[in-house]
Design a protein. Structure first.
Length: 161
C-alpha cells in the first residue's frame, strides 16, 4: 500500500483530530486543535507528521525535538499520538512512518528517540518493539496544575482557564 508522508499543515488538522479522537478515545475539538496548531507551527522543534493513502489521512505522529546541554541526552526526540487508522493497519504503514520519523530525527541530529504510549495500546507496543524500540524501566508521571485547559492564545502563549 502506497502511503505519502508530509508535515501537517492547517488543512490537515480536522482529519488529524478525527483520527486521534478515534484511536485514542479522545474528545479534542477541531477548533481548539487549529488554535494550538497555529501556535506550534512556528516552533522548529514540534512537528506533526501525517500519512495519506490516496486522499485519506490514515497515520499521524507528533514529534517533539528536545535540545539539551547534557552529554547523555544531546538532542533527542519524543513521539506521541503515534497512530494508524484501524482500517489501514496491517499494511506496514506504521513501520514506514517510523522509518520516516527516524530519518527526520537523524537529520535533526538526534541521538535517541523516546516514545510515549498509553498502556492500553498493547498491539502498538509490539510494533514499536519490532521497529527496535526497547521498553525501559521507567514510569511516566503526570500532575495536573492550574485550571482546565482551553486553547485561547494570547500574546503568543497558550492560556489555561
Amino acid at each position: 500500500m502506497n502511503v505519502n508522508f508530509k508535515l501537517a499543515d492547517y488543512e490537515d488538522i480536522e482529519a488529524l483530530v478525527q483520527l486521534c479522537n478515534e484511536v485514542f478515545l479522545e474528545d479534542t475539538k477541531v477548533e481548539d486543535a487549529k488554535k494550538n496548531f497555529f501556535y506550534t507551527q512556528h516552533n522548529d522543534n514540534v512537528f506533526y507528521l501525517v500519512g495519506y493513502v490516496d486522499d485519506v489521512l490514515v497515520a499521524h505522529a507528533m514529534i517533539t525535538f528536545v535540545p539539551t546541554i547534557f552529554a547523555q541526552f544531546g538532542m533527542y526526540a519524543i513521539l506521541n499520538h503515534v497512530c494508524v487508522s484501524e482500517k489501514y493497519r496491517r499494511h506496514n504503514i506504521a513501520m514506514k512512518m517510523l522509518d520516516k520519523i527516524e530519518q527526520l530525527c537523524l537529520e535533526k541530529g538526534c541521538s535517541t528517540i523516546k516514545l510515549w504510549s498509553s498502556n492500553f495500546r498493547v498491539p502498538a507496543h509490539v510494533c514499536y518493539q519490532k521497529f527496535g524500540f526497547q521498553k525501559v524501566d521507567a514510569q511516566f508521571f503526570s500532575k495536573k496544575i492550574g485550571k482546565e485547559f482551553t486553547s485561547e492564545v494570547k500574546n503568543d502563549k497558550i492560556r489555561h482557564e
